[in-house]
Design a protein around this ligand. Structure first.
Ligand code: AVI
Length: 327
């Protein structure tokens, strides 16, 4: 058993700081000086933003989390069979590793589980919990931004292959070309016989999609507006947050939900000595959430070397978990 906080010598840990204030300031200024204006969605997830995201996942309107969980619970044994014997399973954006447990329960003699997350505290807490519950699996947490290259830890036993588990449809938050580049680099990282088990939110009725990003309880709106609160808290930005509103809709030509902060009035944001005018009705783009078809995603991944092996979905075909391999 490897317990990250009780046997530190045995635990390989690659540390990386969370996004620093300087990065946040640079990216925010760059985005607000651009036309049209933009703020990167990676900054949604400070402590408050992470709490709000967890709350979104509990809303009735946000079907993604509960649907993916159902698919995982129903088909975890088949997924375990597909992943095969002695895998080293690397989870991207592991967070609290909740969905992973269904999978870990059904793996065949796994060599190691490598949760990868940018939040060090979150990572170590959940790695410790997993280590306690799965004493037979070597747990090798890696604190990293998975959009940047990082090296995989070496397990004590030699794995038959590496497989990445990338749940949550987080790939949908990348622009299509960036998503494809990431899939290509996952393939390179996994190497020969590599595997990829990935959660994908599927294209569906516009109403269902738009409700998921405009939930009745207003949690998604609060999540989006928290980015402005965060700028006030961490960057001393002068912004009238109450003069902005959440705006999200489905762009069916692009197959994506688009999320913006819309200014209700003409106003000026003051940030680090800059005066940034925002017109009434002007949109600041904060996030895309791409929705794919199974065939469309298979084609995207196929172009960078992945072969689709299996697909599991819920009865409404809202969400797919897809298994790819490198031949
Ligand atoms: C993390 N990601 C998959 C979420 C999504 O559905 O695109 C982020 C989110 N943004 C607003 N609600 C949820």
């Amino acid at each position: 058993m490897i317990l990250p906080n009780s046997s530190p010598k045995q635990t390989q840990q690659h540390t990386m700081p969370q996004h620093t204030r300087d990065h946040f300031l640079d990216d925010t200024l760059t985005g607000l000086l651009r036309s049209p204006k933009h703020l990167p969605c990676k900054y949604f997830y400070d402590q408050r933003g992470s709490q709000l995201f967890d709350a979104i996942c509990q809303t009735d309107d946000y079907y993604l989390t509960r649907t993916e969980t159902q698919v995982m619970q129903q088909y975890a044994a088949e997924m375990g069979n597909c992943l095969g014997e002695r895998v080293m399973l690397v989870e991207f954006g592991s967070g609290s590793s909740i969905k992973t447990r269904d999978l870990l329960d059904h793996l065949h003699d796994p060599v190691a589980y490598v949760p990868v997350d940018i939040s060090h505290a979150h990572l170590m807490e959940s790695a410790t919990d997993i280590a306690i519950d799965y004493p037979e699996i070597e747990i090798l947490p890696v604190c990293a931004d998975f959009t940047q290259p990082f090296s995989l830890p070496t397990a004590k036993r030699k794995p038959s292959h590496n497989a990445v588990y990338f749940p949550g449809s987080t790939i949908g938050n990348f622009q299509v070309d960036a998503a494809q580049r990431l899939l290509g680099s996952i393939g390179k990282m996994c190497g020969r016989q590599g595997g990829l088990l990935i959660g994908i939110d599927l294209q569906k009725d516009r109403d269902v999609l738009e409700r998921a990003y405009n939930d009745d309880e207003g949690v998604t709106a609060e999540f989006n507006l928290n980015l402005l609160h965060r700028m006030r808290r961490e960057l001393d930005a002068a912004i009238d947050v109450s003069a902005f509103e959440h705006h999200a809709f489905y762009n069916d030509r692009q197959g994506r939900i688009e999320i913006y902060l819309r200014s209700r009035v003409d106003q000026t944001i003051r940030l680090d000595g800059h005066q940034l005018p925002v017109r009434a009705g002007e949109l600041i783009h904060t996030e895309y959430s791409h929705k794919y078809t199974v065939d469309g995603f298979a084609e995207l991944a196929g172009e960078v070397g992945w072969t689709l092996r299996e697909v599991w979905t819920d009865p409404d075909s809202y969400f797919a978990v897809m298994h790819f391999v490198i031949l």
